[in-house]
Design a protein around this ligand. Structure first.
Ligand code: AMP
Length: 331
């Protein structure tokens, strides 16, 4: 296959600051492959309003997310960067894809089950229930071949594939069927204080989540106080040693050092030494990202990139939507 024949796409919700989990699970894997694909990355602002949001905060979060993409290495020369709501085709195809989806499929989505767990029926926003078909539209509009995401989004990309297949079977070949890319290491970064849970943007009040814009002293404190176990052996064992295994994954995902090599290097050394190294590596990474973030967080830089990106994205998205409408008999 010729370079750039294939399409890669991913997105992040601008709903709070970007975490180390977002970076290692999705953004980093995108950045390292962006020159091998025809690449699209978007700010998923329609997904951010599945629950009510303060409009000023949302506006600010979109700019933050954009500047963060650039600071993490997304290159506008190689990648089309756009804001989801600027390309109206997302809304229309999202609506169409909702009608291809069974209630049972959406009820089985792990993210829906987890997030709606403690809500009464009237407290659950329909957005939380129906966002997977919108995500399917996000992906299908660009004829995407590969979607790098964290483990929590795997099921949604698989649903996208099922919906594309269903549509193609019912109405004729219209959509490309995408594959998911889950990084072997770093696909589910855990909360440092509660390693039974994923690291989430919404858990920012405690020391469990590392945000890419955190003060570096605080980052060091978060890592040094991460919950571990009393065995004092640096060994990867997700079931019995989730805290230490999480830190090993973070180190390995950032440096590329293999997990068995990390275990060997720290044999006979305590958790203190190990945590210090993890803190050094994470702080070095964040220091660079934060310096670049300040360079990019300028309205004139961001607006131009977003406007160019939306123009390019609309061309492809409108072709796909026209194809889908034709197949459905809407033209
Ligand atoms: P979200 O913040 O839900 O918009 O997620 C954006 C991307 O980051 C998706 O691909 C998620 O799968 C990924 N992601 C979110 N949290 C984590 C985590 N703790 N570990 C790995 N990937 C994550």
């Amino acid at each position: 296959m010729e370079k750039q024949d294939k399409v890669m796409l991913t997105g992040v919700r601008p709903s709070g600051n970007i975490t180390l989990g977002n970076y290692l699970g999705a953004i980093k894997n995108f950045v390292t492959r962006q020159n091998l694909y025809k690449s699209y990355i978007f700010v998923a602002d329609l997904h951010a309003i599945t629950s009510p949001r303060n409009p000023d905060e949302l506006r600010e979060a979109v700019n933050d997310c954009m500047a963060m993409y650039l600071a993490c290495g997304v290159n506008p020369e190689q990648t089309t960067i756009f804001r989801q709501s600027e390309v109206l085709e997302h809304g229309v195809l999202g609506f169409i894809m909702t009608f291809q989806t069974h209630m049972g499929e959406l009820s089985r989505m792990t993210q829906f089950k987890l997030k709606s767990q403690n809500m009464g029926k009237n407290g659950i926003d329909t957005g939380l229930f129906v966002y997977p078909p919108l995500m399917a539209a996000d992906i299908l509009l660009y004829n995407t071949d590969m979607v790098p995401v964290g483990l929590d989004q795997q099921q949604h990309v698989e649903l996208t594939r099922d919906l594309a297949q269903r549509f193609n079977k019912r109405y004729g070949n219209t959509f490309n069927e995408p594959d998911v890319y889950i990084a072997p290491v770093g696909n589910k970064i855990l909360n440092l204080q509660n390693p039974a849970e994923k690291m989430n943007k919404s858990d920012g009040q405690n020391l469990g989540t590392i945000f890419l814009m955190d003060d570096l002293k605080l980052v060091r404190k978060k890592i040094m106080s991460a919950v571990t176990d009393c065995e004092a052996v640096v060994r990867f064992d997700e079931e019995n040693k989730p805290g230490i295994s999480n830190l090993i994954s973070i180190l390995s995902a950032i440096t590329g050092e293999k997990i068995p090599d990390i275990e060997k290097r720290f044999a006979g050394r305590g958790y203190g030494d190990f945590k210090r190294e993890v803190a050094d590596v994470v702080c070095d990474l964040l220091d660079k990202i934060q310096t670049d973030y300040k360079r990019f967080k300028k309205p004139e830089v961001l607006n131009k990139i977003l406007s160019d990106g939306a123009t390019k994205a609309r061309v492809v998205a409108s072709e796909t939507l026209e194809r889908a409408k034709l197949a459905l008999g809407l033209k």
